[in-house]
Design a binder for this molecule. Structure first.
Ligand SMILES: Nc1ncnc2c1ncn2[C@@H]1O[C@H](COP(=O)(O)OP(=O)(O)OP(=O)(O)O)[C@@H](O)[C@H]1O
Length: 186
């Protein structure tokens, strides 16, 4: 059974960029788990495919029963990734990718998911600031928040919590390193 691969690293380090390349080169090989949420389905959304739609009571019960790898509340709704949803991807023969923060990494480490951990690091904090500014998605306060979180992520990476650290300086070089890591052991 393919082992889940956990991506983490500061916001703006390039996780989405690298994952997009990987999914494009190997279509159908990798998968994301289906998240659970208490928000109502939007038109066209399918239960079990887009999200697992559950009630607040169910979600809270699942939290108590430690069913989640990670969960959070955004604008009044709960969202989370269950251990079962990660296993479902592996059961289907796909390599499950998780893109999560350090709290999520710590939490996955406490499960029996037997994941592999790759940390995507920026070449420097200044480069990170420039990328986040260049992406055009941040306000001054969200930028400050992300940079503060980045410091904690980098500190956590220094404890050796990950199997591999990839510095995303030159994108093609980083992508090459990522492919070596992803395919070396499965
Ligand atoms: N090697 C690179 N060199 C220069 N710019 C890059 C590189 N990799 C990614 N970028 C750019 O940096 C910005 C942040 O990248 P991306 O959105 O992939 O980060 P992320 O880690 O997925 O962030 P988040 O966690 O916020 O989703 C994007 O504008 C992207 O185009």
């Amino acid at each position: 059974m393919p082992r889940p691969i956990v991506f983490s690293g500061p916001s703006g380090a390039g996780k989405s960029t690298l994952l997009k390349k990987l999914f494009k080169e190997f279509p159908g090989k990798f998968g994301f788990s289906v998240s659970s949420t208490t928000r109502s389905p939007r038109q066209g959304e399918i239960d079990g495919k887009d999200y697992n739609f559950v009630t607040v009571e169910e979600f809270q019960k699942m939290i108590r029963e430690n069913k989640f790898v990670e969960w959070a509340q955004f604008s009044g709704n709960y969202y989370g990734t269950t251990i079962a949803s990660v296993k479902q991807v592996s059961d289907a023969g796909k390599w499950c990718i998780l893109d999560i923060d350090m709290q999520g990494v710590k939490s996955v480490k406490q499960t029996d998911l037997n994941a592999r951990y790759v940390f995507i690091a920026p070449p420097s904090v200044n480069a990170l600031r420039e990328r986040l500014t260049g992406r055009g998605t941040e306000t001054e306060s969200s930028l400050a928040k992300r940079l503060a979180a980045a410091a904690a992520e980098l500190e956590y990476a220094e404890t050796g919590a990950h199997d591999k650290t990839i510095v995303n300086d030159d994108l093609d070089k980083a992508y090459g390193e990522l492919k070596s890591f992803v395919f070396e052991e499965q």
